[in-house]
Design a protein around this ligand. Structure first.
Ligand SMILES: Nc1ncnc2c1ncn2[C@@H]1O[C@H](COP(=O)(O)OP(=O)(O)OP(=O)(O)O)[C@@H](O)[C@H]1O
Length: 268
């Protein structure tokens, strides 16, 4: 079976005015089709850089990045993945429907096809009555739903997400996490998800990749033994097994010792 993502022996060095910054060193990571993998670690450990390499928004200094068996640039051309960031990045002059339609219009899909797919996506993200609204008429959580629908427009088998819920209040954030698991299960897409929040990573993931800084490396990969991600519901957050997994990730962040949480990682 071809991996959704295959990162092999990757280094990333940035040249800056103050000299070189080794953002990533000797990173190996695979993500299976349909798998949910979160990247967590202290500020500056290279989480966003790793995601940007997979998305071909940066290129590696050494090593290879493959997406569904093709090079990252080819996967970008083929639109094999959708991407969502902390800011929803919607076009304010376009309605919800028109924002979701954008990737389809840009790739020249016929009008009737665009309309049908947009209706499908609006229903998928639970915005049935909001197709004609403009982004500034929506809450932050609703704007992120639109961004997720837009990322899914081309039916990608991979979603790349960089702190997509970081700007939301806690209740909306938990609600969106459950929604994202439902959407990922319904579409079968693999997800690579950058977060600062340990509970968010635990709740969402099949595996949590714990990174360490200077240079950015994968310190440990912690499998979440919490059942399939598609069957997780809100009450899991009060389960003993959930707290056990939170402890496992916290200990991995400290190289095995149950010390305080490092800077840039949240316990909530
Ligand atoms: N374009 C760039 N030029 C120079 N240095 C960069 C560039 N992009 C990232 N870096 C550096 O690479 C390192 C990793 O950055 P990155 O943004 O990937 O970390 P992160 O783990 O996502 O951080 P945060 O959690 O704070 O978002 C940092 O030291 C950062 O300053």
């Amino acid at each position: 079976m071809t991996n959704a993502v295959s990162v092999t022996g990757v280094d990333k060095v940035f040249e800056s005015t103050n000299g070189q910054v080794v953002a990533l060193s000797e990173v190996d990571l695979t993500v299976a089709p349909g798998e949910f993998v979160s990247l967590i670690g202290p500020s500056g450990c290279g989480k966003s850089t790793l995601l940007r390499l997979i998305a071909d928004l940066e290129s590696p200094t050494a090593g290879t990045v493959e997406v569904f068996g093709t090079s990252a640039p080819q996967a970008r051309l083929d639109q094999r993945y959708g991407i969502a960031f902390q800011q929803a990045g919607l076009l304010p002059w376009r309605t919800v429907s028109a924002n979701i339609a954008l990737p389809l219009e840009l790739s020249g899909s016929p009008k009737a096809e665009v309309r049908a797919r947009v209706d499908e996506l609006i229903a998928l993200v639970g915005l049935g009555d909001f197709g004609d609204r403009f982004p500034d008429q929506l809450s932050g959580g609703m704007q992120q739903r639109v961004a997720i629908a837009r990322a899914l427009a081309k039916k990608p088998e991979l979603l790349l997400m960089d702190e997509p819920f970081g700007a939301l209040d806690e209740m909306t954030r938990e609600y969106m996490q459950t929604e994202l698991l439902r959407i990922a299960a319904e579409t079968g897409a693999a997800v690579v998800f950058v977060t600062h929040s340990i509970p968010e990573a635990v709740y969402l993931s099949d595996r949590v990749v714990v990174m360490s800084p200077r240079p950015g490396r994968i310190a440990e990969v912690v499998p979440m033994s919490l059942g399939s991600t598609g069957s997780r519901a809100d009450d899991l957050r009060e389960d003993g097994s959930f707290f056990e997994m939170i402890t496992a990730v916290r200990e991995a962040l400290h190289g095995g010792s149950p010390a305080s949480t490092p800077r840039g990682v949240e316990n909530r």
